[in-house]
Write a protein that binds this ligand. Sequence first.
Ligand code: AMP
Length: 418
Amino acid sequence: MPRTEPIKAVRGVRDVLPRDRAAWRAVERSASHTAKRFGYQEIVTPIIEREELIERVGSDTDAVAKELYRFEDRGGRKLALRPEATAGIVRAYFEGGLNQGPQPARLYLLGPMFRYDRPQKGRYRQFFQFDIEAIGSPSPAVDAEVIEIGQGWLRAVGIRETDLQLNSIGDAKCRPAYLERLRAYYRPLKDQLHGDCQRRLETNPLRLLDCKVPQCQPFKEKAPRITDHLCDECAAAWASVRRLLEAAGVGYVLNPYLVRGLDYYTRTVFEFYPAGAAGQQDALCSGGRYDGLAEAEGWPSTPGVGFAGGIDRVVEVIVAGGQEVIAAPAAEVVVLADAGLEVEAAEVARICRQARSTVADYEPRSLRAKMRSADKVGALFVVLLSADDAAARKCQLRHMATGEQQSVSWTELPERLA
Ligand code: AMP
């Protein structure tokens, strides 16, 4: 039986159509350009990883608990589609021997991530990230460097006004005592918190600080702040990061409620928002230090810092801002031939391609319709081919902007189009 319904895309994923690619490409190019300018090299890791790798490093985040795409392959292996890039990059850093090279390894990655999130505007099940990771250095200067890359990227795509939110969440030395303080503060208030927060109070109290539910908000202000309870090393790193950002002219806002829910995150956490939009919408970029991650994956303890930038989000912001992204023409030259001249049209197109991108229009329609379509693809030149011209291996070369038209021999085309 033939199907009656056409087969549509999977829920929560989308196509990036050619008309939208110009903005995407501009965002991706700025990402790799900015990364390279800071000495970061591109890495490509697989989209599939062992489920265990992802679960081990993220068992209490939403991205893993509820949103992981898990599947079994034909060999019965338990695999996952990566929900973020860091776990895979840290794995590759050790497996590929980058830990033996100059430290820190400065790496960037552009690619799709997958989360079984509730689809809505700005949230997709396949989305794209620009990921920066510097692995192998505990220096706060590298934290500041990574933040500078984030700002540099957003500036390069034209998002000049951003809010950078900054916090420190300490480390394995000072955080446990702080968490006890936080629990002690919240315990008498437990009944007034929403369900998830009541549960988190014992399991993951840091997350009480970034809860967005209105009934939990009034208690935050008086909650103890972790930056008042850092150990000496974390306090020194915290002061250093801020000093370095100030010296780099990177403005920031201290946000004591910016946290991460996993133990392997340490010290610096940060997020970039479009100016004035912090807390009201998704971050453009979020990152921080993860000195405990390598160990959580079973490798020797190794410090690291990085961020993930949301390419979908950044594209949406620049498109909404009406920023003009010059779309490259689909073809710079269009060859329009009379009916029956397909072979000749293909040959002329092949010649034109030596100089510029070219398509031949083989559709059986009027010359006027073909000219309109050449204009739409953004063609700079049209090559008109009649049977008489073709017999003499000539054509009419029309410059679209001026309307000027000349008879030209085929062999002259590359030079005339250059
Ligand atoms: P995260 O890895 O959750 O810290 O997210 C890093 C960035 O990726 C965010 O700032 C968002 O811009 C983007 N992002 C995260 N999840 C999604 C999603 N489901 N759809 C689109 N962009 C996302």
